[in-house]
Design a protein around this ligand. Structure first.
Ligand code: ADP
Ligand code: MG
Length: 227
C-alpha cells in the first residue's frame, strides 16, 4: 500500500533534511509512527500524501508512483485514494457538520456527490455519535466532536489508505480512544492501511506495529570517520 525507498526531501527554506531508507506498509496494516518533535513525521505523511514531492527516491501508494506524478495528478490521486486527518481538524466554521463531512465532494470535480456518498456521510455521522448535530455549525461543537467530524470527512470517500497526524492531540482520554477506535474499525472493515503519528503511549498499544522514524532514517553518505 505504501512503498518508500531512498527518499530525500528538503524544504526550500531551512536546513531540515528528511532521508528515509525504506518504509513499507501492506494493505490492511495498522501502524503507529513515533519520533521526537521536529524529526519529520508530518513531512513524511505529506510526502506519502503527495502534498510534498521528494528531491530523490521513489514513493508509491497502492502501486502508483506518486513521486513521479505532476501536481494536478497527485492531487486527484490523493482525493480518490487517501483519507487525511490532521491535528488541527481543518474544518470550515461556517458550515454544518454534514457539509464539512461532504467537503471532499465540493472542492473537486474528481469525486461525484451522489446518493451513496450522502448515505455514507449520514451513517458515519451517526456512528461517531453526532447524528443530532448533523445540521449544526461546527463552531458550536466541542474539540472531541470536531475531531470526530474530521474523521468522518476522511472516511466518507472510502480511502484505501488513511493518514492521521496526531489525530488525538487535543482530546481527553475518552475521546482519544474513541477516535482511534473509529479509525481502526474502518481500516479493518475496509482492509485499508492506517498510518498514525502519535506521541501518546496509551494509544500505541492499539497498534500491531509501531515505527520509530529514527529507525527508517538514513544518514547522508559520508567518508569513513578517521581515528
Ligand atoms: P514533526 O512532525 O516530527 O514534529 P515536521 O515534519 O513538522 O516534524 O518538521 C520537521 C522539520 O522541518 C522541522 O525542523 C520544521 O521546522 C521543518 N519544517 C516543517 N515545515 C516546513 C516548511 N514548510 N518550510 C521549512 N521548514 C519546515
Ligand atoms: Mg508533526
Amino acid at each position: 500500500m505504501i512503498e518508500l525507498s531512498d527518499v530525500l526531501f528538503r524544504y526550500r527554506d531551512g536546513e531540515f533534511e528528511l532521508r528515509i531508507l525504506g518504509l513499507e506498509l501492506v494493505r490492511g496494516e495498522q501502524v503507529g509512527l513515533i519520533g521526537p518533535s521536529g524529526s519529520g513525521k508530518t513531512t513524511l505523511l505529506h510526502l506519502v500524501a503527495g502534498i510534498e514531492r521528494p528531491e530523490r527516491g521513489r514513493i508509491a501508494v497502492d502501486g502508483t508512483v506518486i513521486s513521479e506524478l505532476p501536481d494536478a495528478n497527485r492531487r486527484a490521486f490523493r482525493v480518490r485514494n487517501l483519507g487525511l486527518v490532521f491535528q488541527e481538524f481543518a474544518l470550515l466554521e461556517h458550515l454544518s457538520v454534514l457539509d464539512n463531512v461532504l467537503l471532499p465532494y465540493r472542492i473537486t470535480p474528481v469525486l461525484r456527490l451522489d446518493r451513496a456518498a450522502r448515505g455514507r456521510a449520514g451513517s458515519l455521522i451517526e456512528r461517531v455519535g453526532l447524528a443530532e448535530a448533523t445540521n449544526r455549525l461546527v463552531t458550536h461543537l466541542s474539540q472531541g466532536e470536531r475531531q470526530r467530524v474530521a474523521v468522518c470527512r476522511a472516511l466518507v470517500t472510502e480511502p484505501a489508505l488513511l493518514l492521521a497526524d496526531e489525530p488525538t492531540g487535543n482530546l481527553d482520554p475518552v475521546n482519544k480512544f474513541r477516535v482511534i477506535d473509529i479509525l481502526r474499525d474502518y481500516a479493518r472493515e475496509h482492509d485499508a492501511a492506517l498510518l498514525t503519528v502519535t506521541h501518546d503511549h496509551d494509544l500505541l498499544g492499539r497498534f500491531p506495529r509501531v515505527i520509530d522514524i529514527k529507525s527508517i532514517h538514513s544518514e547522508p553518505t559520508r567518508g569513513v570517520p578517521s581515528s
